[in-house]
Design a protein around this ligand. Structure first.
Ligand code: ZN
Length: 303
């Protein structure tokens, strides 16, 4: 979720101001490759919750830093609300007053409980992309949905098989249904999260195909972040695309955005999985390295 929106952020601003006054003092956590996350709790945690939270935050930050070659916001705040139970919930990213993630963590959560968490990585990826007009919200959620699995695979937090299985199982929810008017005009849950992820998968594969695997989506995203395109900085979508395409040298974001923005595009996912050498077995996948785009698939999730 990304709450850098006008009405939502105005409401949240009041709630967060109260939360900030009650917050326990933060602790700076260094991100590998440079960058700081100020980890705060909205109520004092137990020593065990603090330990679990530190390791959980480090793992997510390492995935983001591995993918981006650093931590683009340089400094961000993570505000953790301890709750009953042992799960992670209520993740949100904000940018109106500096990069901020708010999230809940169960007081009984152990390292094993958070070891498979994707939410914190997803929210941290939101910090690395500019805020765009509401009708392009799918590009913010699609980015976080797609890059989360890939970034975790690259850092070794997720096996490549698991990362691809997550995409193969999730992406059909992003295909257009009856009445679809394209990504900019169909703000359903499926099209926002998985339709947006499908846009980025197509962009990543096509950049790699055209550049013979010399460039990938991460080069576009790193350039956008390096030009100051991080959360809370409002960018026109054309600027996002221009900076991204300039970094890869191929106009792939422009072409695929123009194709998908205002009309339903039926992507033949089974054919794409075959080209990439992804073989489905139930909800798992295995790899076929003789497939034509197997090198592209390997490069996307390679550590
Ligand atoms: Zn999100």
């Amino acid at each position: 979720m990304n709450a850098a929106r006008s009405l939502v952020s105005r409401i949240a601003r009041g709630a967060l101001a109260v939360g900030a006054a009650l917050a326990a003092r933060g602790e700076d956590l260094a991100v590998p490759g440079g960058g700081i996350i100020d980890v705060q709790f909205t109520s004092p945690p137990s020593a065990e919750t603090r330990r679990v939270a530190t390791s959980w935050t480090s793992t997510a930050a390492k995935s983001v830093a591995t993918y981006y070659g650093g931590f683009p916001p340089r400094r961000a705040t993570l505000k953790i609300t301890p709750r009953e139970g042992r799960s992670v919930s209520h993740g949100r990213a904000f940018g109106w007053d500096g990069p901020l993630v708010t999230i809940s963590l169960g007081r009984a959560a152990t390292g094993a409980d958070v070891s498979d968490d994707w939410v914190l990585t997803h929210e941290m990826i939101h910090l690395c992309f500019p805020s765009v007009d509401e009708r392009h919200h799918w590009i913010e959620e699609g980015l976080a949905t797609y890059v989360e699995s890939i970034a975790r695979a690259r850092s070794g937090d997720l096996s490549p098989e698991r990362a691809w299985a997550d995409l193969v199982n999730g992406l059909p929810q992003g295909l257009p249904e009856a009445g679809d008017r394209g990504l900019d005009f169909t703000p359903t849950w499926g099209r926002t999260y998985w339709g947006g992820a499908l846009f980025f998968l197509r962009v990543d594969v096509e950049i790699r195909r055209r550049t013979r695997n010399q460039r990938g989506l991460e080069h576009a995203l790193r350039a956008i972040a390096a030009e100051g395109g991080t959360i809370g900085h409002w960018w026109h979508i054309d600027r996002v695309i221009r900076v991204g395409d300039a970094a890869t040298g191929v106009p792939v974001m422009r072409e695929i955005y123009d194709e998908m923005k205002a009309k339903p595009v039926l992507v033949d996912l089974p054919a794409l999985w075959k080209e990439l050498g992804l073989v489905r077995r139930g909800r798992s996948v295995s790899f076929d390295d003789s497939a034509p785009l197997a090198p592209v698939r390997r490069a996307i999730t390679a550590p």
